[in-house]
Design a protein around this ligand. Structure first.
Ligand code: ADP
Length: 446
């Protein structure tokens, strides 16, 4: 394993997993690091390998090749029970005939019975052989269960059965059952998908709070990009079994590494349009011109040479500034561009009211032009199909992608400051979480 494994967290290296009859591996990850203490969300469309990744970390699947390390120890060949992790499944998998307390304490009771029968004096863990505590007594198990229930705010409901609980409470029972052993890694497989929309929003916040208090390394998989952006301290985007991008949610959202990530994260989706590049000839306007039917843009130039082939330009609907009556009137969008940035003309096609605003989808004014969307306030112009709109986008909000779909930086890209700030935030967060972990995890284990 690499030296990075010694840094802690979870490191996946050269990991490959294929299922029979598939034309490509379900997962193929040369290297992926999940930072210690992070709340890492693995996101991607259905079938991209998210659950496979989680099941490999848990030890429920065996990789065809590669290694998995947790907190510096290679666990590739260890069974799930020796990896010091807990998993919460999509359907919670509670025993319907047991109370909350019995469900939460089930694993501890089985472990204690097992320890008593075998008279264990030592236990093999992923870090080696450790003195085993004497099998936990009933009173000790009851105390651990009480603490875990209090952590997920289920105190007072320990005697209810799952059928007497709301969906959100059932989810918290599953969490308490996972946390009662004080694992250093918590794996969550779409744990919110069984909840209705309102409850899901509340449960997201609860999970984030719980992670903050408990402080373990958490890995959650979801296909919901909004859930991913709102919960993650570290985001991993998978596409077709491969890593598309990893980083802080802010970094991945503001600087998508390729057109897949650009189109997948964000709602409404980023406008992505094929454009033609034109070298600017005037001595006073150095840079690169970009053109498509009904659209013109200008950048100070790509930071690296653009490979030959079609280039795509992206902008988020929220970054467009619409004008209902541009100075000089409508006409060629080219005429509307004076400095760097983008200007595009369109005709309102669909208006979707979202409560706090509207998403206005426009078709091009020009034959062959792409349609695009812009978000506008709930009140104001752009209400009816057929209205003319001109939109401007600042150069620093434009995303440029090369013929292979990869991001190409340009001098105005929103970036370096944000990246430095994200790294500082992530470092401070990891330290804070590591400190809290010592407190909360030991309390539950006690
Ligand atoms: P996700 O969780 O992102 O929806 P999965 O990890 O479940 O994706 O699946 C990745 C790919 O592997 C899919 O093409 C899926 O059909 C396939 N797959 C997953 N589990 C199995 C299995 N047990 N047997 C065969 N194919 C599987």
């Amino acid at each position: 394993m690499t030296d990075r494994a010694a840094l802690g967290g979870i490191v996946l290296r050269d990991l490959v997993k294929s299922y029979a009859d598939a034309d490509r591996p379900a997962l193929d990850l040369p290297e992926l690091t999940i930072p210690p203490g992070s709340f890492t969300v693995v996101v991607g469309p259905s079938g991209c390998g998210k659950s496979t990744a989680l099941r490999l970390i848990a030890g429920l699947e065996t990789p065809d090749a590669g290694h998995i390390a947790i907190d510096g120890a290679d666990v590739t060949d260890l069974p799930p029970g020796r990896r010091d992790l807990s998993m919460v499944f999509q359907d919670f998998a509670l025993y319907p005939h047991m109370t909350v307390a019995e469900n939460v304490g089930f694993g501890l009771r089985i472990q204690a019975r097992h320890d008593r029968r075998r008279g264990l004096t030592a236990r093999i863990t992923r870090t080696g052989r450790a003195d085993a505590p004497a099998a936990a007594s009933r009173a000790e198990i009851a105390e651990s269960v009480r603490r875990a229930c209090a952590l997920v705010r289920l105190d007072g409901k320990e005697h209810r059965r799952p059928s007497q609980l709301s969906g959100g409470e059932r989810q918290r029972v599953a969490l308490a059952r996972a946390l009662v052993r004080g694992p250093s890694v918590l794996l969550l497989d779409e744990p919110l998908s069984a909840l209705d929309a309102q409850l899901r929003h509340h449960a997201r916040a609860e999970l984030v709070r719980l992670h903050r208090e408990f402080g373990c390394t958490a890995v959650l998989v979801t296909h919901d990009q909004l859930e991913a952006l709102s919960m993650a301290t570290h985001l991993v985007v998978l596409d077709g079994g491969r890593l598309s991008q990893a980083g802080s949610p802010q970094e991945v959202y503001s600087r998508p590494a390729n057109t897949f990530v650009a189109g997948f994260l964000g709602s409404p989706a980023m406008n992505l349009q094929p454009v033609e590049t034109i070298a600017e000839e005037s001595a006073t306007t150095a840079g690169v011109g970009l053109r498509a039917p009904g659209l013109q843009a200008r950048l100070a130039g790509p930071a690296e040479p653009l490979p030959a082939g079609p280039v795509s330009l992206g902008w988020r609907p929220a970054d467009g500034v619409p004008e209902a009556a541009p100075a000089g009137g409508f006409g060629s969008a080219a005429g509307g561009l004076t400095g760097a940035g983008l200007v595009v003309d369109g005709i309102v096609d669909i208006v979707e009211y979202t409560g706090d605003g509207r998403v206005v989808t426009c078709r091009s004014t020009v034959e062959g032009g792409s349609s695009w969307a812009v978000t506008v306030p709930a009140e104001g112009p752009f209400r009816a199909a057929g209205e003319r709109v001109r939109v401007r986008v600042a150069a620093e909000r434009l995303h440029l992608f090369g013929p292979d779909g990869r991001r190409v930086e340009h001098p105005e890209s929103d970036g370096p400051d944000l990246r430095a700030r994200d790294r500082a935030d992530a470092g401070a967060e990891a330290e804070r979480v590591a400190g809290q972990r010592l407190g909360a995890a030991d309390q539950v284990r006690a």
